[in-house]
Design a protein around this ligand. Structure first.
Ligand code: KE4
Length: 428
């Protein structure tokens, strides 16, 4: 497979963009290769600038649950674009977007649209701190909620530790009030909450950024009860899981009512849009009504919201999530069998159409167990799969995403490639 044009563009890119990419994971540094540059996407496939076609299992990291260039979404964008793209003044589509989210996510009694998941989580945390008058927040080790300073915090040693900066440029003061606890460790979380000074727990109800990790039975229910007991707000970060794991997200799947929800990716229909929302008494603390400031030039962008509303409409059609479950089960089981058939230890975590095959015996129940994976072997597997026409997320600690555009033939190709790539990875 020639990637000559990609390589020449990558050289140009590295001269003007840090690492040649606009988001670090795209650089493929975790899987020992260089990125290919994409020319176009079509349904379940992408084509790179050298004309190589791949079955796409990244789906732009979640947004493209309907596949690339869905005709109805392109039509919705074109129709909206004909009237203008952004006004810096309110539009009716923003109201329809908020009403639609509230009808599907009843916990989102009020909604504020923003342009990225990072903005949604950063704003939700500021709101939680403003509402409670408390400074401390809790996040899970291995949880990723975007790159706001207070969230780029690494776990120190020990179960529940005061945050230490997880990135250069994050001052101690910004990290100090963030406490990091192991995912699925309810006791550690409750021990921190007991002090009664925590503004919010922010959690991925199904974790997707340490690879996919599912909540242990009772974990989310326990978080809900403990937050209620201690006057702490429970924030479900559903940027990835919203409209992915169920039409109503993880909160519908598990029957939990968070105080605030952040949502993104799919709700933009492939364009930049996200939102946060929740209890009316909390949301009404937001400017211009209340003292918590938050703003955005392109927040509620009509083009992105029109695309998002069309995606939400299509996902609401009968049989959607049954089909995604069928595709997910077929792919997950096929990949797991392929890697194990090569004699490699592997385990699978999957919820519907998002999944991760970990290169370790498992089970993977938190970040510590996820990190026992053989990332070198995963890298070899990634390279073999790309060579064989399959575009995997370039990290063991990410989830794969399937779309409604994927066909059984696509999955046959992926599973055949996995069998060969796993064997090659053993020899690598
Ligand atoms: P964005 O700012 O990237 O739109 O969203 C941040 C975010 C917030 N919450 C969750 C649960 C997320 O998964 C994300 C972003 N996800 C990563 C992929 N794991 C985006 C990919 C990237 O960083 O390039």
């Amino acid at each position: 497979m020639s990637i000559q044009r990609s390589q020449s563009i990558f050289e140009r890119a590295k001269a003007v963009i840090p690492g040649g990419v606009n988001s670090p994971v795209r650089a493929c540094r975790g899987v020992g290769t260089d990125p290919v540059f994409v020319q176009q996407g079509d349904g379940a496939t992408i084509t790179d600038v050298d004309g190589n076609r791949y079955v796409d299992l990244i789906g732009s990291w979640g947004p493209l649950i309907l596949g690339h260039s869905h005709p109805e979404i392109l039509d919705a964008i074109a129709e909206t674009m004909s009237q203008g793209t952004t006004f810096g003044a309110p539009t009716e589509v923003e109201v329809r977007f908020a009403e639609t989210l509230r009808s599907i996510y009843p916990a989102m009694e009020m909604v504020r649209a923003v342009s990225s998941g990072t903005e949604a989580t950063m704003s939700a945390l500021r709101l939680a701190r403003g509402f409670t008058g408390r400074a401390r927040i809790i996040k899970a080790d291995g949880g990723y909620h975007g790159h706001a300073d207070c969230l780029l915090v690494a776990a120190g040693s020990g179960a529940a530790t005061l945050g230490i900066p997880g990135s250069a440029g994050v001052p101690d003061g910004a990290a100090r009030d963030t406490i990091v606890v192991p995912y699925n460790d309810l006791a550690a979380t409750e021990a921190v909450l007991a002090a009664g000074d925590v503004a919010a727990v922010i959690i991925e109800p199904i974790a997707g950024n340490m690879g996919l990790v599912v909540p242990a039975p009772g974990y989310l229910e326990g978080l809900r009860a403990a937050c209620t007991r201690h006057g702490t707000l429970l924030i479900f970060d559903e940027v990835m899981t919203g409209f992915r794991v169920a039409y109503g997200g993880a909160q519908a799947r598990y029957g939990i009512t968070p105080d605030l929800t952040t949502i993104g990716k799919i709700v933009g229909g492939g364009l930049p849009a996200a939102a946060f929302g929740g209890r009316r008494d909390i949301m009404e603390k937001l400017a211009p009504l209340g003292p918590v400031y938050q703003a955005g030039t392109l927040s509620g962008n009509p083009l992105a919201l029109a695309a998002g509303l069309k995606a939400i409409e299509i996902l609401g059609r009968p049989g959607t999530y049954e089909r995604l479950e069928t595709l997910g089960a077929r792919l997950g089981d096929g990949l797991l069998a392929a890697v194990r058939a090569a004699g490699l230890p592997a385990c699978l975590n999957r919820v519907g159409s998002m999944l991760t095959v970990f290169f370790c015996a498992g089970p993977v129940t938190d970040y510590a167990t996820a990190k026992t994976s053989d990332t070198k072997r995963f890298g070899a597997f990634f390279r073999g799969m790309r060579e064989r026409g399959v575009f995997l997320p370039p990290s063991q600690y990410e989830a794969m995403f399937i779309s409604l555009a994927h066909t059984d033939e696509d999955l046959d190709l992926v599973i055949a490639a996995a069998k060969a790539s796993a064997l090659a990875a053993v020899a690598d």
